[in-house]
Design a protein around this ligand. Structure first.
Ligand code: 3PG
Length: 210
């Protein structure tokens, strides 16, 4: 399972965190992101439209690699599997969720903000974790500090990441991917500003190369 995850993350390293309010926006949004070079997507389970939106993207946009985010309970994890998502992510690492995910087959990225949460994730075999909320929980210095006692841990920071700091996060040796909503903001999705979203995706990729 960790090899599957490593293979998936190689399609990153920028993961748009997507919140969809209308199912009809799902496919054009995913196409806009893929056109901008971002294939690894996180569809959050935060809206009534989320599950159907993810299903539509999985069905109609084969270039997209769809993960389900905001997985809070074992039931959410089951939903992610039933939808045919390739991976799942959580903002946290509760004992229930870690147990359920370690029994299942799907690659799973638990969220951590402290050493103890990271220790719980590692104890269940999850070596790649989301660092959330990345900027608010101490930012780059916090992640550098965690590298000391936990050299085996790999991180996908999300929360407060944007075009201005993406490159600095990715420069850390323990960061394998970064995520954020800055490339697909709710206002752009509501306005169906697909070419603007493609441009933001392209700019995001440029910002990590310069
Ligand atoms: C999330 O899961 O909400 C992500 O961390 C997005 O955070 P952002 O909106 O600050 O990019």
């Amino acid at each position: 399972r960790s090899k599957m995850l490593a293979d998936l993350l190689r399609a990153g390293p920028i993961v748009p965190v997507i919140t969809l309010e209308r199912v009809e926006d799902a496919v054009p949004l995913a196409r806009a992101l893929v056109a901008g070079g971002l294939r690894l997507l996180e569809i959050t389970l935060r809206t009534a439209a989320a599950a159907e939106s993810a299903a539509a993207i999985i069905r109609e946009v084969p270039e997209a690699i769809v993960g389900i985010g905001t997985v809070l309970t074992p039931k959410d994890l089951e939903r992610a599997e039933a939808l045919g998502a390739r991976y799942a992510l959580s903002p946290g690492a509760t004992p229930d969720l870690l147990e359920a995910a370690s029994r299942g087959e799907m690659p799973f990225i638990p969220g951590i903000a402290t050493a103890s949460e990271l220790m719980a994730a590692l104890a269940h075999g999850f070596h790649t974790v989301k660092f959330f909320p990345a900027v608010a929980a101490g930012g780059i210095p916090a992640l550098k500090a965690l590298a000391g006692p936990f050299p085996q841990a790999r991180f996908c920071p999300t929360g407060g990441i944007d075009e201005k700091n993406a490159r600095d996060w990715l420069a850390l040796s323990n960061v394998v991917a970064i995520g954020g909503s800055w490339v697909c903001q709710t206002s752009d999705i509501r306005a169906q500003a697909w070419s603007e979203i493609t441009a933001k995706a392209q700019r995001a990729l440029m910002s990590i190369k310069e």
